[in-house]
Write a protein that binds this ligand. Structure first.
Ligand code: ZN
Length: 245
């Protein structure tokens, strides 16, 4: 069948010879196809009711020859040949997936109280994204992301404590927010300062703390969050259980 390649292990299954970009070498190629598996999206509760086909493919580029999977859409059934049913698939595309990573464990205590303490919201989102970047070994970007998560944690907490100063806190340098708005919490100030120093090392050209790395930065950020959480929990219990008169 011209313009189509037969799938070796399936009777009467053909895939159109469309070119695609090899996920390994990025060259535009028509992949070499091997075995396929029919795949019913209905079983995956997808809105797409078409039967799809997943096929093992190899890059024909002699310097690459890498293997990958492609997904093809069901096109039509060809009845031109008497007594033979043939299934044509088209639009082959590279089957792409991201490895599943759960939320970083160190965020669990803050996720659990996120609803009652809204100032954690952006921190949790930015920290999780930075964690994903770290898992992809994008260390340069992850470090900057953790620094951003720290800034949102501290500024959102300061705004939570002093909502009337929101505008000033948003515009202020992080160091000033720590020294001025959070000055009543000495442990928090000292931890936040050190987390900021390491965070700045992740964004600035010159590294000041050469014996410290991204895991120290993460530890200091979590210690900072822990100190905030401890402060809020103490406040909550003292509010809920005033000393009897
Ligand atoms: Zn290739």
């Amino acid at each position: 069948m011209e313009g189509y390649t037969k799938i070796q292990n399936l009777k009467g299954f053909y895939v159109s010879d469309n070119s695609l970009s090899c996920p390994h070498c990025n060259n535009l190629i028509v992949p070499i196809l091997f075995n396929g598996i029919e795949f019913d999206w209905l079983l995956m509760k997808s809105a797409n009711t078409l039967q799809n086909l997943i096929v093992q493919a190899t890059c024909p580029n002699i310097d690459c020859r890498s293997c990958f999977l492609i997904v093809c859409e069901y096109a039509t059934t060809c009845h031109d040949i008497p007594n033979v049913e043939e299934y044509l698939y088209q639009n082959p595309s590279v089957y792409f997936y991201l490895p599943f990573k759960k939320q970083p464990e160190e965020l669990t205590p803050y996720l659990q109280v996120a609803e009652q303490r809204p100032f954690y919201k952006s921190f949790l989102k930015i920290y999780s994204q930075s964690y994903s970047a770290e898992n992809y070994k994008l260390f340069e970007i992850a470090g900057m992301g953790f620094r951003k998560a720290l800034e949102f944690l501290l500024k959102d907490y300061a705004i939570y404590l002093m909502p009337e100063q929101e505008e000033a806190i948003i515009k202020a340098a992080l160091g000033n927010v720590i020294n001025i708005n959070l000055k009543n919490f000495p442990t928090l100030v000292e931890l936040a300062k050190r987390a900021t120093w390491l965070g700045n090392d992740e964004t600035h050209y010159l590294r000041r703390w050469e014996d410290k790395d991204i895991s120290d930065l993460k530890r200091l950020i979590i210690l900072t969050a822990h100190t905030i959480e401890q402060t809020e929990m103490i406040k909550q219990y003292l509010d809920e259980m005033p000393a009897p008169k």
